[in-house]
Design a protein around this ligand. Structure first.
Ligand code: ADP
Length: 405
């Protein structure tokens, strides 16, 4: 306990001398002030912070209860002990109801008095400690909040700078890359026509340019997504037809051509999609199926209707993915550690599935994966089917539920 500071108020001079003596005899490190009226006590209370105040209830002029009321206003944390006459229970109860910490009955039993005073001093010092700690905590919380705000501002700025860099870099790379591709194609054709053996080197160059194009397009897509400039141009489309065309294009443009089995239902499945973007997703799934399977391993693309939704799934019999990786493969720049590309080019930034997920979700759809390690994976994308009314508005003349020929 720190040095305690006590005020005793009593109009009885004998008690005013006896009580401090009792305190000094039984307690260490205590300083006692005395005064013989409530008014003088108020002056002292305004000047000093006491750990406890002891006051007689019955005093001429302002009595102990009135003084207690003032103490509650001036220093509510300071415990007040009131001295009552013998058997004055009514006054004692009044004192407690008025906020007194305890009451002491006359004749004052010294040990009881000291014990009560000791408790009061301890309570006050604890209250001060708690208040100080609370203040320190509040200051700490405020400074933490400030640090978090500053860090958040810095992160937002850094993120914006990164987005801007991605956007500028990918835009600036795309144009020279396109002209490079055009010129290389032209040159290769000329060399082929002239029967030059150099044509093969240019074909290799074209492949490298195509791989670079994939990377730049991924970066460009990411930059569009992150900066909110990703706009969909949705139109009614028959999913079976779209998938059939995409598979044909994909097989024709891939060397050696992969084996893709296509299963499409007889009835048309109309969906409202951005054909370019969804085409990009399906090609990405087909290309992953090829990349992560042994050369020549069959790929199966199935289009089906399920509870009012259109599902397109791409299944491969490749390396598969362990289930704990499922949540991560749709994250940006994530590639499953230890999984090697089995067929074709190893180009990839771990962005394909992230971009696909964004595209599908912006269509109100979802992308799922099922996979067993070493046995293969099935990636499915699901979209809401268009209603007859939606199709009738967008494509007058087409009735979606007729059979296909
Ligand atoms: P990447 O450019 O690396 O192919 P993706 O975002 O398309 O990026 O895929 C993320 C990771 O998910 C891949 O690196 C691969 O480890 C895993 N993955 C994707 N598709 C398949 C698949 N069909 N079979 C096995 N693993 C796959």
């Amino acid at each position: 306990m720190n040095q305690a500071y006590v005020l005793i108020v009593d109009d009885d001079n004998a008690l005013l001398q006896a009580l401090p003596q009792a305190i000094y005899l039984r307690m260490h490190d205590v300083k006692v002030d005395t005064c013989d009226s409530a008014l003088e006590a108020l002056e002292r209370i305004k000047q000093n912070e006491y750990d406890a105040i002891v006051s007689d209830i019955k005093m001429p002029g302002m009595d102990g209860l009135a003084l207690l009321g003032k103490i509650q206003e001036l220093c509510p944390r300071t415990p007040t002990l009131l001295i009552t006459g013998h058997g004055d229970h009514g006054l004692a109860i009044q004192a407690l109801r008025g906020g007194a910490y305890d009451f002491i009955q006359k004749p004052i039993e010294r040990d009881y008095f000291i014990a009560a005073l000791h408790r009061a001093i301890q309570t006050h010092q604890l209250r001060i400690q708690v208040a100080e700690q609370q203040q320190t905590l509040e200051l700490h919380a405020k400074s933490l909040e400030q640090t978090v705000q500053e860090r958040t501002r810095e992160l937002i700025a850094a993120n914006a700078a990164k987005d801007e860099f991605l956007s500028i870099a990918s835009h600036e790379l795309k144009t020279p890359l396109s002209s490079l591709k055009g010129m290389t194609q032209l040159l290769r054709r000329r060399l082929e026509r002239a029967g030059s053996s150099e044509a093969g080197s240019l074909a290799n160059m074209e492949n490298s340019i195509r791989r670079m194009e994939v990377l730049v397009n991924d970066l460009l897509n990411i930059s569009f997504i992150e900066t909110g400039m990703f706009v969909l141009h949705q139109q009614q489309c028959e999913m079976g037809d779209l998938c059939r065309k995409l598979v044909e294009e994909y097989v024709a443009g891939t060397n050696p051509p992969p084996v893709v089995h296509v299963e499409i239902p007889d009835e048309p499945l109309m969906v409202s999609v951005d054909v370019e973007r969804i085409g990009q997703v399906i090609i990405n799934l087909l290309s992953n199926a090829r990349k992560y399977s042994a050369a020549g391993s069959p790929i199966r693309l199935v289009v089906r209707q399920d509870s009012g939704e259109c599902v397109v799934s791409v299944r491969d019999a490749g390396v598969g993915i362990s289930s704990e990786m499922f949540p991560h493969i749709f994250e940006r720049f994530y590639r499953v550690p230890g999984i090697e590309v089995q067929t074709g080019s190893s180009v990839g930034l771990g962005l394909g599935l992230y971009i696909s997920k964004q595209i599908v979700e912006r269509h109100g759809g979802r992308i799922d994966v099922q996979s067993v390690q070493d046995q293969g994976s099935t990636f499915s994308i699901t979209f809401p089917l268009s209603s007859v009314a939606e199709v009738a508005v967008d494509l007058p003349g087409i009735i979606p539920h007729t059979q296909k020929h």
